[in-house]
Ligand binder design. Structure first.
Ligand SMILES: Cc1ncc(COP(=O)(O)O)c(C=O)c1O
Length: 383
């Protein structure tokens, strides 16, 4: 089946955060991580079907979704889950915040590699927890964790190790050996691991496979909470259906306790959307990945031809982490907005020498954005 990712869909007059930010302005939004693609027909049909029932009272614990998710994880990652390990959440960010609150106390520390998706850092701050930020290093054109740096900065108060795999914004997919090294480190320091794997479906490298942290072995399973969701891959982030996999009963109970009365159940429309995604969305997803891979290759080749800009090729996600340090501009976001480009600020992720470019858009938009970027770079003040 052919899926049309070139289709131009007007989002400016919808409730999109991404597009509303620049309403009435000629600025291409390339910031927040949702794509501009229409979700697959299987999801739209499932939602329409549920809506046409017309009664939207409280939902029950979604047994069918849990079974469908277990099946998807088994087939895709060869990880066998038990239904009682699954906690359904209305968003991955709530899972990050609950993990910090449930698994650390105010005297304990959270370890997070940076740059990182901003809510990782906010989660510690909001809960008044100290955080150890470890800069990722560039090795063989991949942003990776250097465990020796992590070890050298510890003060023995660390309790929770927060990972993002695939990494946002660096695009790294951690390999088996890297994950084992992270697990060994967690074992040696008695750490609980919270692994945000929301981008796990969006691996663009042909010879690379995502490995869930908890699937490494029984020890990894018992010390981890893994967060997944169909929201990025199928562009249903506004619906919010997400899953926390917490095999250890003690950790799961602590997590559920922290959730009580604060984080609600998932809305019933999101549940049917997630079911349809995992049951019927695979062909569409494969086609999306091909499209994104082409976008990525084009973006990376163009950026690395531009004077003073560089980026490594993200192995996954639709997010490019672009080094702009040689431009020496104080306020890159405003600078590029003046040339019609709305990027995410690297500062929010922990490094103002970078911008994040969301290439989850159609090719015409991407080419237009790259054209504007080239033009912005020809301006005399930075060339
Ligand atoms: C790594 C990561 N985690 C979580 C989220 C957001 O999760 P949710 O919208 O389900 O709260 C994002 C969105 O960009 C993300 O990149």
């Amino acid at each position: 089946m052919i899926f049309d990712f070139d289709q131009q869909i007007e989002r400016r007059y919808s409730d999109s955060i991404k597009w509303n930010k620049y309403k009435g302005k000629d600025i291409i939004p390339l910031w927040i991580a949702d794509t501009d693609f229409k979700s697959p027909k299987c999801i739209i049909d499932a939602i329409n079907n549920r809506v046409s029932h017309g009664v939207f009272g409280y939902g029950k614990k979604p047994t069918s979704l849990v079974n469908i998710f277990i099946d998807y994880v088994q087939k895709k990652f060869n990880w066998e889950l038990k239904p009682e390990w699954i906690v359904v959440l209305p968003g991955v960010v709530s899972g990050l915040n609950l993990s910090v609150r449930a698994f650390t106390n105010e005297y304990e520390r959270v370890i997070t590699p940076i740059p990182i998706y901003p809510p990782f850092r906010k989660a510690a701050k909001l809960a008044n927890r100290d955080q150890l930020n470890i800069p990722l290093v560039l090795q063989n054109r991949r942003w990776v964790l250097d465990m020796n740096i992590v070890k050298s900065k510890m003060n023995r108060k660390e309790k929770l190790f927060m990972l993002c795999n695939p990494q946002n914004p660096g695009g790294t997919v951690y390999r088996y050996e890297e994950l084992i090294e992270q697990l060994t480190f967690a074992q040696q320091n008695n750490l609980i691991v919270c692994s945000d794997e929301i981008h796990c479906d969006l691996v663009l490298e042909l010879d690379v496979k995502h490995i869930p942290f908890g699937s490494l072995n029984n020890d990894a399973e018992q010390r981890s909470i893994t967060l997944m969701s169909p929201s990025k891959s199928f562009n249903i982030a506004g619906l919010g259906a997400s899953i926390a996999i917490i095999p250890n009963k003690y950790l799961r109970n602590k997590f559920l306790q922290a959730r009580q009365g604060i984080v609600p159940e998932v809305n019933i429309i999101a549940l049917v959307a997630a079911e349809a995604a995992w049951l019927h969305g695979n062909q569409w997803l494969e086609s999306l990945i091909n499209y994104l891979r082409n976008n990525r290759n084009f973006l990376v080749s163009q950026i690395n031809l531009m004077p003073k800009l560089s980026m490594v090729s993200p192995e996954a996600t639709y997010l490019g982490w672009i080094d702009i340090s040689h431009l020496e501009i104080q306020d890159p976001i405003t600078y590029f907005e003046n040339y019609g480009l709305g990027f995410s600020s690297g500062l929010e992720f922990g490094n103002n020498n970078f911008i994040r470019f969301n290439f989850g858009c159609n090719r015409i938009t991407l080419e237009k954005a790259i054209g504007r970027l080239k033009y912005a770079l020809t301006k005399s003040d930075i060339s």
